[in-house]
Write a protein that binds this ligand. Structure first.
Ligand SMILES: [Zn+2]
Ligand SMILES: [Zn+2]
Length: 285
């Protein structure tokens, strides 16, 4: 089987990585430059003269937003022609790349949100719900629901059925309906004889309002339906990890973006992610 690759979009550099199953390795890194330090210097200090011959790094024109999707399209194209189809995209909720892949390369790609994203989005919808007339939903209940969601995601990595069951039971459980709960995530199920206290809910009792319940169930429904998407997680950490490592080697405030320095730094990061620290001693050998 061909390896599938996940694309991580970051503003100035895009990582193409394999899934956790294949060891989370970087298979391609693309670095884009909107400006070249040498060109800039000549334009400023020797106006009118032809720019000295140099390895120009400038490979992108247009907005930073566009840059992200341009490197994305380029990388997907290169990988596909090398025999490595890219299976899905992971990253923040920008659909530009998906749209461009469809229109320019005729590739339909799946998009996956990472779990932090899902938790954040649910939070937003919950606050919107709380602001509606006639809905009584307190901040602490919202925080609790988000915590439950996070917990469900963390507990059922790689376990699609388990995650789905847990997500399905998430809302009913808060209303004291444990009919779809499982022992492993429900204290009531584990010990039904004892009076069960909902420790994180107001007054430690289950929620009551049936209207609220139907609102919440509607809100969580897409999350339950998409459970399969969220059970192979940890990959978002992979992306954050890569990003952090780049920031260590090329701090934003030092502005390496105008020279090849950034390329070396980003590629060094890939080497580090793939091989670990020893890539340094291998280079000096
Ligand atoms: Zn240049
Ligand atoms: Zn329960």
């Amino acid at each position: 089987m061909l390896h599938s690759v996940v694309v991580y979009l970051l503003p100035a550099h895009t990582f193409f990585m394999t899934k956790a199953k294949y060891g989370k390795k970087v298979v391609k890194t693309l670095v884009s430059h909107r400006a070249c330090g040498t060109c800039k210097w000549w334009r400023r200090n020797r106006p009118g003269l032809p720019v000295r011959k140099h390895r120009c790094v400038r490979n992108h024109t247009g907005s930073a937003r566009l840059m992200e999707s341009t490197t994305g399209v380029q990388g997907v194209q290169e990988l596909s022609s090398e025999g490595t189809p890219v299976e899905y995209l992971e990253g923040d909720g920008d659909n530009t790349l998906i749209a461009r892949l469809r229109s320019e390369l005729n590739i339909t790609m799946k998009k996956r949100f990472d779990k932090n994203h899902v938790v954040k989005n649910i939070g937003k919808s919950l606050y919107a719900l709380a602001g509606m007339k006639g809905v009584r939903l307190s901040k602490s209940v919202i925080a609790h629901l988000q915590k439950c969601l996070k917990y469900a995601f963390a507990k059922h990595q790689g376990d699609k059925e388990g995650l789905e069951e847990n997500l399905k039971a998430l809302v009913p459980h808060q209303f004291g309906d444990h009919s779809v709960c499982e022992d492993r995530f429900c204290g009531f199920k584990r010990n039904p004889t004892k009076q069960y206290a909902h420790r994180s809910l107001p007054y430690k009792v289950a929620l009551r309002d049936p209207d609220l319940r139907s609102h919440l169930e509607k809100l969580f429904q897409p999350v339950v339906a998409n459970a399969w998407q969220y059970c192979d997680l940890g990959s978002s950490q992979q992306c954050e990890h890569a990003n952090r490592e780049v920031t260590l080697r090329a701090p934003k405030n030092l502005h390496y973006g105008n020279s090849e320095s950034l390329d070396f730094r980003v590629h060094a990061t890939s080497a580090f992610i793939n091989e670990g620290r020893q890539y340094l001693s291998q280079v000096t050998k």
